[in-house]
Design a protein. Structure first.
Length: 81
C-alpha cells in the first residue's frame, strides 16, 4: 500500500531523523517515534535521579521534551492524506 504523508508531518518527523517511505505504514512510524520519545524521557529521568538538575527543573524539561514531539498528539491515520 502507498501512503501520502502530509508535508507538515514529514517536516516534523525529519527533525528526529525519521524519513518514511511512501510504502511505510504510518502506525509503524508512529510507534518508532513514540519509542524514541520514551527513550529520551527515560534518559531525562535517569539524569534527574543522578541529581544533575533540581526537581523544580525536571517538570520544565519534561514539558520541553514533550513539545519536541508534536506528531505524537495526532493519530497515525491523521498523518496521511
Amino acid at each position: 500500500m502507498i501512503y501520502t504523508y502530509r508535508p507538515e508531518i514529514l517536516e516534523a518527523l525529519l527533525v528526529h531523523g525519521v524519513r518514511p517511505r511512501p510504502d511505510t505504514n504510518p502506525e509503524r512510524v508512529r510507534e518508532f517515534v513514540r519509542d524514541l520519545y520514551r527513550y529520551e524521557i527515560r534518559r531525562l529521568r535517569e539524569r534527574y535521579m543522578r541529581r544533575e538538575f533540581p526537581k523544580a527543573d525536571y517538570s520544565r524539561r519534561v514539558d520541553a521534551l514533550r513539545r519536541q514531539y508534536p506528531v505524537l498528539a495526532l493519530r497515525a491515520r491523521d498523518w496521511v492524506v
